[in-house]
Design a protein around this ligand. Structure first.
Ligand code: OOG
Ligand code: NI
Length: 317
């Protein structure tokens, strides 16, 4: 019956049971994202047209409101229930945000397909420190999270359907949030939508596995990359290198009938270099576990700007 349908992989292996369900939810989350964000879709298609093998996702990212159960936990449960492990906390005091990242189950390389059907990605979930916002902003955020009933229990469901769990806001409320935190305004109109997928650059097969070449290729192809602090974001140890596009925008109809363009999602690229203790391993023996893991707050701080008005309105040079 349809309830027990499994997806076959190109190599004939079959993923069953809970993992098949989990991956189908991830596919739905991705489908919503690709429909809404033509740039992300175009980049994936372009990279795959050159490097026409399986694409591996380094991580997925989500944003939330850290209040009354609507924070990180509103999405984390779905991943924890599917074998993920909570890892480090990252702090962004300037942006009044914090985040946790989650590591996929160790046996997840059972995925031999592309994207959501490949090795399971890390997950990065952030939350707005709502109690540090102005009273007006807090009031708006509480109004909408409260209007959602128990929507916080269904973050993954909302993400896979592409639906907010709360009512659409007024345009003036969106503007109030945007004046204080662009992250808050983004989350009010995008809810639990996938904020980005990240292509694992070092797992590409062609010259594009070098993130500098990948960036150059994307820019030559007409894509605008987030230039905050420079296009390439490098961790202090030099081993985690990241870049991203500038978010697409979508036309959003507010509750008062105003239709305005709002920022949506973007796509990121990450190259994880081999850790010094494994630098003598032959390349063919290098596994993901031999490479730099985790995230870097100083880089993430700049990647958050991929949905900022400043980056969206920038004329690419
Ligand atoms: C997340 C920004 C940080 C990373 O990989 O460090 C990030 C966001 O924009 O919500 O994606
Ligand atoms: Ni990211």
């Amino acid at each position: 019956s349809y309830m027990s349908e499994n997806r076959s992989h190109s190599d004939g292996s079959v993923i069953q049971g809970g993992e098949a369900f989990f991956r189908n939810v991830l596919e739905s989350i991705q489908e919503v994202y690709l429909k809404r964000n033509p740039t992300a879709k175009a980049v994936l298609d372009l990279v795959q047209s050159v490097d026409n093998d399986k694409l591996v996702y380094d991580h997925l990212a989500f944003r939330t409101f850290g209040v009354n159960g609507y924070g990180i936990e509103s999405l984390a449960g779905f991943f924890l229930d599917n074998g993920y492990t909570q890892r480090d906390e990252l702090k962004f005091p300037g942006k009044k945000l914090r985040a946790f990242w989650f590591a996929p189950p160790a046996d997840s390389s059972s995925g031999t397909g592309s994207g959501m059907r490949g090795p399971l990605p890390r997950v990065f979930i952030s939350e707005l420190l709502v109690d540090q916002m102005s009273p007006q902003t807090q009031e708006i955020i509480k109004k909408y999270t409260e209007s959602s009933g128990n929507g916080n229990k269904y973050g993954a469901l909302a993400s896979s359907l592409g639906h907010l769990t709360w009512e659409k806001p007024l345009y003036s409320e969106f503007q109030q949030l945007a004046s204080e935190s662009e992250y808050a305004a983004w989350t009010l109109v995008n809810g639990h939508a996938l904020n980005h997928v990240t292509i694992s650059a070092h797992r590409l097969k062609t010259h594009l596995k070098d993130i500098n070449k990948l960036n150059e290729f994307l820019e030559k192809s007409g894509f605008k990359l987030n230039s905050e602090g420079g296009v390439l974001k490098v961790s202090p140890d030099g081993l985690l290198q990241q870049s991203s596009t500038v978010a697409d925008s979508v036309s959003f109809q507010f509750a008062d009938g105003v239709t305005e363009s709002v920022p949506c999602s973007y796509i990121e690229f990450a190259e994880r270099l081999v850790l010094p203790e494994y630098e003598n391993l032959p390349l063919a023996e290098v596994k993901e576990s031999h490479r730099r893991d985790g995230f870097e707050a100083s880089s993430a701080d700049k990647i958050f700007e991929s949905t900022s008005k400043e980056q969206l309105s920038r004329v690419s040079s």
